[in-house]
Write a protein that binds this ligand. Structure first.
Ligand SMILES: Nc1ncnc2c1ncn2[C@@H]1O[C@H](COP(=O)(O)OP(=O)(O)OP(=O)(O)O)[C@@H](O)[C@H]1O
Ligand SMILES: [Mg+2]
Length: 223
């Protein structure tokens, strides 16, 4: 589905240049489950941002179902990303004062879907992450693990082909993190949504079907 060919990324600030990624190729199949591991600063988040088309590579190409994404206009790229990808980050990026369900249905609102359908679908996605009973609570009043599961429900609302998760359990204790992991893996198994998980956590990586390890911006191991 997604193919990245010889990706490199050089960050420039003033006269300083830093090559964070150097010639990395990755393929993500339809119901893949891929962990990206490596030490801090090895280029994991950089690679994920490129794969998710949140940032453009300095060199290399990314194709999705055979189409070269790097040639898309900004407008087309934004639409493509909203349609195909879901995101989960270490920070939750929820609107704390809004209710849980309002946060979840935001992608549907952006797509112009009406209030009644938004409500039904929002509840369905909250059920999928075990939080239907918290729909009307303010998002800020949830626990960390619950907030992260709201983020997963919001990602689901976009009906993504791939969910990209950057340290999704990094801010959670092990029990809560385990619930978040279980939710992600279940969606991968039952709905065939591909997962790309960036993590420091070897145990989490071991639960993924495949892993690539980065060191200094290069792939040093893959399985
Ligand atoms: N916007 C930026 N401008 C300049 N340098 C950057 C930028 N983003 C990342 N870098 C540098 O690129 C390298 C790789 O960063 P990246 O965030 O991909 O690492 P990481 O593997 O995700 O690390 P961590 O595990 O700490 O999140 C680091 O040395 C970082 O300082
Ligand atoms: Mg990172």
């Amino acid at each position: 589905m997604l193919k990245a060919i010889e990706l490199s990324k050089t960050y420039k600030s003033g006269t300083d240049e830093y090559r964070a990624l150097n010639g990395v190729s990755v393929e993500i199949a339809d119901d893949d489950c891929l962990a990206i591991v490596g030490k801090s600063g090895s280029g994991k988040s950089t690679l994920m941002h490129l794969l998710a088309c949140l940032d453009a590579p300095t060199e290399g190409r990314i194709t999705f179902d055979g189409e070269d994404v790097t040639t898309f206009s900004n407008h087309r790229l934004n639409r493509f990303r909203n349609e195909k990808f879901g995101f989960i980050f270490q920070q939750f990026y929820l609107n704390g004062r809004d209710s849980v369900i309002e946060n979840v249905v935001l992608p549907l609102k952006i797509r112009g879907i009406g209030a009644a359908e938004r409500r039904d679908k929002g509840l369905e996605y909250l059920r999928a992450v075990g939080l239907a009973d918290k729909a009307q609570k303010a998002a800020k009043d949830l626990s960390g693990g619950e907030k992260q599961r709201v983020c997963i429900a919001r990602a689901l609302a976009g009906e993504p082909k791939i969910i990209f998760a950057d340290e999704p359990t990094g801010n959670l204790d092990s029990v809560t993190g385990g619930m978040v992991e279980e939710t992600l893996f279940r969606l991968n198994r039952e709905q065939g949504i591909a997962l790309v998980i960036v993590t420091h956590d070897d145990e989490l990586a071991a639960k993924c079907a495949r892993r690539i390890e980065l060191r200094d911006g290069e792939v040093v191991a893959a399985r």
